[in-house]
Design a protein around this ligand. Structure first.
Ligand SMILES: Cc1ncc(COP(=O)(O)O)c(C=O)c1O
Length: 420
C-alpha cells in the first residue's frame, strides 16, 4: 500500500493526472447545495468509477443467475464472473491461491468471522487477544464478545500523543498466553500507518496469529499479504472504489483449513444428513447462502481500475495532498490536528477551538465540502485525546489541492461564524 509520509514543502508537484482520474467518477462532477462537490470523506466510503458501475449493470443485464448450483449456461456464466473476481482479489492481495480469499460483507463481517471461528476453536480461559489503542469498533467489539464467551482476556497496546503505537509496550504485552493479535494497518481516525511486518514478526515469535484490518490501507494501493506475513487480512470493497456490501477476508490456506465454519447453510456443505454434516473446503466453507455476486463482480472491476493506476504517481500525489492539507489546516490558529504520526495515510483529523465537530461539518457542507465528524467508530481514540469528536478530511487519489483550499476557506468561515 501507499506509505504516505509528510513531504517537505519543496517536493515538486506530482505527475499524476488527477483531472483525468476525476473524469472517471460521475459523482465528482455533481454539485451539492449549488456548489461543486468537494468529497473528503473517503475513509467512510469512496466514490465509484464508471467502470465499476458499468460492470455491475452488465452483470445484472447479461449474467445474472445463482452461482455454483445450476448446470445451465447462465449459471455457469455467473459462477465464472464470481470466481474471476476472486482471482482478481487474490492477485490484488498477492495471496497464494484463490481458496485463501473469502467473500464477506466487509471488514466488519470478516473480523466477526475470525473472532467467532478462531475464538471458538483456539481461545481458552485465561488466553489473551491483543489489539491496539487506535482500533475501529469493529476490531474491538467482536473480540470483547468472544473473549467474554471464552473467558479470555482482551489486552490493548497503547499509543503516544502523535497517535503512534508504542512498540516496546506492544512487545511487552505479547506473551505465550497471546493467541491472536488484531491490528489496523491504517487508523481510520488518525491516519497512522502501523508497522505491520514488525508486528507480525514479534507476534509470530510468540506463537500468536495475526489479523490485520486493512480497511483503510487497501484504498491506497495493492497489499502484499505474503510479504507482510499475516495470517488474516480484511478489506471493505466500498472503501476501495467498489460496491457496498462486499469485502474480502484473506486467510492462509493452513489457517482457513483449521477453522470451523462461521455460518451454516447452503453452499458451505459437502454432505448433510440429520445425523451429521460435513463441510466444503474453504472458501466455500465460509460462504453460506447466496453470496453478493454482483458486489463481487463490481469489486473485481474496482481492482482492475486500481491495477491500472500508476501507483508511484498516486503515492506522490497523496503525499502531496497530506502535507499540503496538514500545513494549511495546521496554520489556522483555531485548529488543532489530532494524529500527527510520522507515517500517515492521507487522513487529517482536527478540532476547531470552541466549536463542536458537528457544527464544523454542517457549516463546511454549506460550501459543498463533505467531511466526516464524530468519533469515527473509535470512541477510545477520542477518549485518549480528550475530545468528544473530531472533524476528519480523508483524501483519495482523485482529490486535489483545490479541494484542500475549499476546505480551508470553509473552516475559516466556521471560525468567523463562531467568533461573531
Ligand atoms: C479501520 C476500519 N476498520 C473497520 C471498518 C469497518 O468497515 P465496514 O463498515 O466496511 O465493515 C472501518 C470503516 O470505517 C475502518 O475504517
Amino acid at each position: 500500500m501507499t506509505t504516505v509520509r509528510h513531504a517537505p514543502p519543496s517536493v515538486p508537484l506530482p505527475a499524476f493526472d488527477v483531472e483525468q482520474a476525476r473524469r472517471d467518477f460521475p459523482l465528482l462532477q455533481t454539485t451539492v447545495r449549488g456548489k461543486p462537490l468537494v468529497y473528503l470523506d473517503n475513509a467512510a466510503t469512496s466514490q465509484k468509477p464508471r467502470s465499476v458501475i458499468a460492470r455491475t449493470e452488465q452483470y445484472y443485464a447479461t449474467e445474472n443467475a445463482n452461482v455454483h448450483r445450476g448446470v445451465y449456461e447462465l449459471s455457469e456464466r455467473a459462477t465464472a464472473a464470481y470466481e474471476d473476481a476472486r482471482e482478481k482479489a487474490r492477485a490484488f492481495l498477492h495471496a497464494a491461491a484463490p481458496r485463501e480469499i473469502v467473500f464477506v460483507r466487509g471488514t466488519t463481517e470478516a473480523i466477526n468471522l475470525v473472532a467467532s471461528s478462531f475464538g471458538r476453536k483456539e481461545l481458552r480461559a485465561g488466553d489473551e487477544v491483543l489489539i491496539t489503542a487506535m482500533e475501529h469498533h469493529s476490531n474491538i467489539v467482536p473480540w470483547q464478545l468472544i473473549c467474554a464467551e471464552r473467558g479470555a482476556v482482551l489486552r490493548v497496546a497503547p499509543m503516544n500523543k502523535r497517535g503512534e503505537l508504542l512498540m516496546d509496550e506492544f512487545a511487552r504485552l505479547l506473551s505465550p498466553k497471546t493467541k491472536l493479535v488484531a491490528v489496523a494497518h491504517v487508523s481510520n481516525s488518525l491516519g497512522t500507518i502501523n508497522p505491520v511486518a514488525e508486528i507480525v514478526r514479534l507476534a509470530h515469535e510468540r506463537g500468536a496469529a495475526v489479523l490485520v484490518d486493512g480497511a483503510q490501507a487497501a484504498p491506497h494501493g495493492p497489499v502484499d499479504v505474503r510479504a507482510l506475513g499475516v495470517d488474516f487480512y480484511t478489506v471493505s470493497g466500498h472503501k476501495m472504489f467498489g460496491p457496498t456490501g462486499i469485502g474480502l477476508l484473506y486467510g492462509t490456506a493452513e489457517r482457513l483449513d483449521a477453522l470451523p465454519p462461521y455460518q451454516g447453510g447452503g453452499d458451505m456443505i459437502k454432505t448433510v444428513t440429520f445425523a451429521k454434516t460435513t463441510y466444503a473446503e474453504p472458501p466455500a466453507k465460509f460462504e453460506a447462502g447466496t453470496p453478493n455476486i454482483a458486489g463481487a463482480v463490481g469489486l473485481g472491476a474496482a481492482i482492475d481500475y486500481l491495477r491500472g493506476l500508476d501507483w508511484d504517481a498516486v503515492q506522490a500525489h497523496e503525499r502531496d495532498l497530506l502535507s499540503y492539507a496538514t500545513a494549511r489546516l495546521g496554520a489556522l490558529p483555531e485548529v488543532t490536528l489530532v494524529g500527527t504520526a510520522a507515517h500517515k495515510a492521507s487522513v487529517v483529523s482536527f478540532t476547531v477551538q470552541g466549536v463542536h465537530a458537528h457544527d464544523v461539518g454542517t457549516i463546511v457542507d454549506q460550501e459543498g465540502v463533505a467531511i466526516r465528524t464524530g468519533h469515527h467508530c473509535t470512541q477510545p481514540v477520542m477518549d485518549f485525546f480528550a475530545v468528544p469528536a473530531t472533524a476528519r478530511a480523508s483524501f483519495a487519489f482523485y482529490n486535489t489541492r483545490a479541494d484542500v483550499d475549499t476546505l480551508v476557506s470553509a473552516v475559516r468561515k466556521v471560525t468567523k461564524v463562531f467568533a461573531g
